[in-house]
Design a protein around this ligand. Structure first.
Ligand SMILES: Nc1ncnc2c1ncn2[C@@H]1O[C@H](COP(=O)(O)OP(=O)(O)OP(=O)(O)O)[C@@H](O)[C@H]1O
Ligand SMILES: [Mg+2]
Length: 356
């Protein structure tokens, strides 16, 4: 939360050393492409907020028909006057309008209203003014224009906050789904971890991409990966490659929960175990199996983690089979029993692992 909020004509003071200026996009480019807003982030300390609202198809079709009639009247007037200068431009416009109307009428696309707000932040007013010039130049280079929301800075700030505030009206522009998709900043030009495995090339910059999903914060706070794509698009191949390269180069293990047996060959090829689990058959999974962890080069057995794992397994069984949670006493007893069990087994353990 800012220490204070002072609204000036064309900027905000949000406490000591915090100046902010809010802009709205007034002229949109004719063509957009994936990642066209991305390089604005290189200015640093900038927020871009895109508000998208679906437009009612009927209103849009009526508007497009009206615009089509207007443009075609204009076309005929110029043609009659023999003024050929504007004809090619109008011809393209008429073609586009007709095409768009057809897409919407046949339910092949949808139209949305998009409004783009930008907030630029700086530590001094001079820095803010300097960055404003750079930002305006960036937008002009893209064939677009932004304007400062004069006397409406607080209103602008509210639309930038994730509080579901409706955008300031009259700055929206209609776009079809493809156009809206280009407003989402998904391309990260600098995705490269020096401990990572090669996964391909960045579609925009052609730079090689190396990912280490376990690198941890601040680069990646979560080790989760989501792979999406069309059927037969190569999702399974990508996942297998990711797992195989990880196993081969980083020493990470992989577990597949594989209902269709799709990963059996890969697992065998990589020297792994395939464990069949089916009803009525005893499966070879022992929840008490203990694998050593590594701290640098040193191996050790993490009993506390194992206790937590077994406790969560027992509580899941209790919840599903007996419809109850484990109580505090059982919670403590599990720890005692499991630790005792491992302590007894330790004497028979031939490995030189140390207990943590
Ligand atoms: N990079 C690639 N180069 C060449 N062929 C590929 C590549 N990626 C995938 N394929 C081939 O494309 C086909 C489909 O790939 P895959 O099974 O990975 O798709 P999928 O997205 O997992 O499909 P599904 O949605 O059906 O699970 C396979 O025959 C695979 O060998
Ligand atoms: Mg697949």
């Amino acid at each position: 939360m800012p220490d204070e909020l002072q609204e000036k004509r064309d900027y905000l003071i949000l406490g000591y050393n915090k100046f902010s200026r809010i802009f709205v996009m007034t002229i949109f480019p004719e063509d957009t492409w994936i990642g066209w807003l991305d390089n604005l982030f290189k200015l640093g300390n900038i927020n871009i907020s895109v508000k998208v609202e679906p437009a009612p198809a009927r209103t849009i079709v009526n508007q497009l028909s009206k615009k089509y009639a207007q443009s075609s009247a204009e076309y005929q007037t110029y043609e009659r006057q023999g003024n050929i200068l504007h004809l090619p431009e109008l011809e393209t416009q008429l073609h586009d309008l007709k095409y768009l109307r057809k897409l919407i009428q046949t339910n092949n696309d949808k139209l949305y209203f998009a409004t783009i707000f930008v907030s630029l932040n700086a530590e001094t007013l001079e820095e803010l003014n300097e960055k404003t010039k750079l930002l305006e130049n960036e937008f002009i280079k893209k064939g677009t224009m932004i304007r400062t929301l004069s006397f409406r800075q607080v209103e602008g700030l509210k639309t930038l906050l994730p509080i579901g505030e409706l955008p300031i009206p009259n700055y929206e522009r209609n776009m079809i789904t493809g156009g809206i998709a280009t407003l989402i900043p998904i391309s990260n030009p600098n995705l490269s971890h020096n401990t990572g495995i090669f996964i391909g090339r960045n579609a925009f910059t052609n730079a090689p991409v190396y990912i280490d999903t376990f690198i941890g914060p601040p680069q990646l706070p979560n080790p989760h990966v989501f792979i999406c794509g069309t059927s037969g698009g190569g999702k399974s191949v990508a996942l297998k490659l990711l797992a195989a390269r990880n196993i081969a180069t980083t020493g990470c293990g992989a577990f597949f929960i594989d209902i269709e047996g799709e990963y059996t060959n890969l697992t065998k090829m990589l020297g792994g175990n395939v464990i069949k689990i089916s009803q009525g058959e005893s499966a070879g999974l022992n929840p008490f199996d203990l694998e050593p962890d590594f701290k640098g080069n040193k191996q050790y057995l993490n009993i506390d983690d194992k206790v937590a794992e077994i406790r969560s397994l027992i509580s899941t069984i209790c919840r599903n089979k007996q419809a109850r949670e484990i109580d505090a006493e059982e919670y403590a007893e599990i720890e005692v029993v499991v630790k005792q069990l491992y302590a007894e087994k330790r004497h028979y353990h031939r490995c030189k692992f140390t207990f943590s």
